[in-house]
Write a protein that binds this ligand. Structure first.
Ligand code: AHR
Length: 618
């Protein structure tokens, strides 16, 4: 490998080149990154009409002790369904309540992870014609009480908000929240929430999952999907306006693409907040009046266009603007730095796409000329027939083809809009993602790095797999796998870490001379702020089954400037290319970093079979 470290004719990699693409898929958000423990907190998941399916809420007691139903008596206008508990038993008399009382419990999303010493805010709304005496408790899988609080109130004839903080005295990752009573009464409940107090900055993001994202140093975050943006039907698409304001007022909606209910706690505001917390540029994908099965005619599209302009005003308007003031009331007076919007997801082939697109394009550019607009139509093969700042590019293929796609953008026209590779995924592999998939993707990313004059941004998808929810028949590979209490990165996640310092780095001129088509390499120089010094990083993928002796020759760098003591070699590999990480062995395949004591401008490095290495020269 020949490397020219003199930085000529080097070029800068875009500042936001490598980022993440978040989709509400397989409970990535609801039951995942969004730390709300209660599932179906407003009892609306069965729809707005009654009787409503209250699952996964479960009744404690039998027909002689309690009767549970739903009605539309909630104090929240946008979600009227409330739960009614008619308690038939009593503390004494001829129908004594069972020990512990009767009521309802919520198991959360496959069990609530309650941890000893941690505090949880439980909020609910209650009404009763009689004084109430209730217990609110976290109960573990062996029915042990982890935390409990008694609530007595004589005056709840009108809806009243109750808020308590429970501190757990034990741990159990399969717990539930229960509300019980032993007093004959009729009680209505609505909007029951349980949130850990230790979410990231109190912003509602599960800290361990947030940390995984932050460690990737993402340049951008695309949200909220994916197909989730489109919906199978327009009536079920993500509607930003329904996801803002206080959580109790959000109606929630059925995610009909991935087939589950979301309370929309992780709404438009929270996505913008997440981007800010990650130091990433938000990329909002909006619905262009097209779902997977129906679409709005261009002659009727204006309400959708106005809705999108409103969303941008919500994000960017100052506090004196109508929607900027709504954002300010939610606790964020400063505008969010929304600079990128994507018009739909995978919709280019739809008959109304171009016509609808132009209506959005003209309106957005008219009001916000600096916003970059991303079209769904592929511009890599030839000029687009409509204006755009970037074009969306998705690739799902097996690891071998992914690796060979390293040259995909080599011949793309250097003029015209740049590519936003917003979804790439090596598919068709066993499990959730193995080493082979990660190496195929690494080869592809090296190609993107080298073509970063025409590729502006790239992200892997799907980002998260909730182990309780993801569809094992889908051949996706994921970056991060989690359940209610644990998380690990797949080899693809660790592979992406090799690229996290490329954002804004300088791409160096490197040439690989090898008869093998299984090798690919790139080199960057970058400033490591943690060590306040500049590095050269050389990345090489060996996508073949043989060990390779790499002879490295660096021009423009004398040995005096290579401080051997601080140089390192990181290797991502395993004995079997089909190996994966797992909850039992979460770090089986992670980068192994060693000091490179003999670093010099001419050196040999051994590449193990099927490996990704990075050489960091100080
Ligand atoms: O990443 C999963 C899905 O694959 C996305 O929702 C969609 O855009 C793609 O087809």
């Amino acid at each position: 490998l020949f490397l020219n470290a003199s930085q000529t004719p080097a070029r800068k990699i875009p500042q936001r080149m490598f980022g993440i693409s978040f989709e509400e898929i397989y409970n990535s958000g609801a039951g995942g990154l969004w730390a709300e423990l209660v599932s179906n907190r407003g009892f609306e998941a069965g729809g707005p009409n009654t009787p409503s399916n209250i699952s996964p809420w479960t009744i404690i007691g039998n027909e002689t002790s309690i009767f549970v139903s739903t009605d539309r008596s909630s104090c929240f206008d946008r979600n009227k369904v409330a739960l009614q508990m008619e308690v038939l038993c009593h503390i004494h008399g001829d129908n004594v309540c069972p020990a512990g009382g009767v009521g309802v419990y919520n198991p959360g999303y496959w069990g609530m992870n309650i941890e000893r010493g941690k505090r949880y805010r439980v909020t609910f709304y209650v009404r009763s014609l009689q004084p109430i005496e209730m217990s609110v408790s976290f109960i573990g899988s062996k029915l042990q009480t982890l935390a409990t609080s008694d609530i007595k109130d004589e005056g709840v004839t009108d809806w009243k908000k109750k808020e308590i903080v429970l501190e757990a005295k034990g741990s159990d990752s399969n717990s539930r929240l229960q509300l019980t009573t032993s007093k004959r009464s009729t009680i209505w409940l609505d909007q029951v929430s349980a949130m850990p107090l230790d979410t990231h900055k109190g912003h509602g993001f599960r800290q361990d999952l947030f940390d995984m994202l932050a460690a990737l140093k993402p340049g951008f975050i695309r949200f909220p999907g994916g197909s989730f943006v489109e919906g199978d039907r327009l009536m079920n698409a993500f509607r930003w306006r329904e996801t803002i304001g206080t959580w109790e007022e959000r109606p929630g909606h059925f995610n009909d693409v991935w087939q589950y209910w979301t309370d929309d706690g992780l709404g438009y505001f929270e996505f913008l907040q997440l981007a800010e917390d990650l130091g990433a540029s938000p990329v909002w994908v909006f619905n262009i009046g097209i779902s997977r099965n129906d679409q709005v005619d261009t002659s009727l599209i204006f309400p959708f266009v106005q809705d999108t302009l409103d969303a941008i005003e919500f994000a960017r308007g100052d506090v004196t603007s109508t929607l900027g003031s709504v954002r300010a009331a939610m606790g964020h007076p400063e505008p969010f730095h929304l600079q990128y919007v994507a018009a739909g997801n995978q919709d280019c082939w739809q008959k109304n796409y171009r016509w609808n697109y132009m209506k959005f394009y003209n309106a957005i550019k008219g009001a916000y000329p600096d916003i970059k607009i991303i079209t769904n139509c592929d511009g890599s093969g030839g000029p687009l027939d409509h204006p755009a700042d970037l074009y969306d590019y998705h690739v799902y293929t097996n690891a071998n083809s992914m690796f060979s796609m390293a040259h995909n953008f080599d011949h793309t026209s250097r003029s015209g809009p740049k590519a936003f590779v917003s979804e790439y995924d090596a598919t068709g592999e066993a499990g959730v993602g193995n080493l082979l998939a990660a190496l195929g993707e690494a080869g592809f990313l090296i190609g993107l790095e080298k073509n970063s004059d025409v590729v502006e941004m790239a992200s892997n998808a799907p980002l998260f797999a909730n182990a309780n929810s993801y569809d094992k028949r889908q051949r996706f590979c994921y970056a991060i796998v989690f359940d209610t209490s644990k998380v690990y990165g797949t080899p693809s996640y660790w592979m992406q870490q090799f690229f996290k310092d490329s954002n804004g780095a300088t791409l160096l001129d490197s040439t690989l001379q090898s008869p093998s088509s299984s090798l690919t390499a790139s080199a960057i120089s970058w400033m490591n702020p943690e060590r306040n010094s500049s590095y050269i990083r050389i990345k090489v993928v060996n996508f073949g089954g043989n060990k390779v002796n790499l002879q490295l020759s660096i021009e423009g760098l004398d040995n005096k400037s290579i401080e051997a003591a601080g140089s390192t070699l990181a290797t991502l590999t395993s004995s079997n290319v089909k190996d994966e990480n797992s909850f039992n062995n979460p770090k089986k395949i992670t980068p192994v970093v060693k000091a490179l004591k003999n670093a010099s401008n001419k050196m040999n490095v051994i590449l193990p079979p099927y490996s990704l290495i990075s050489i960091d020269l100080l």
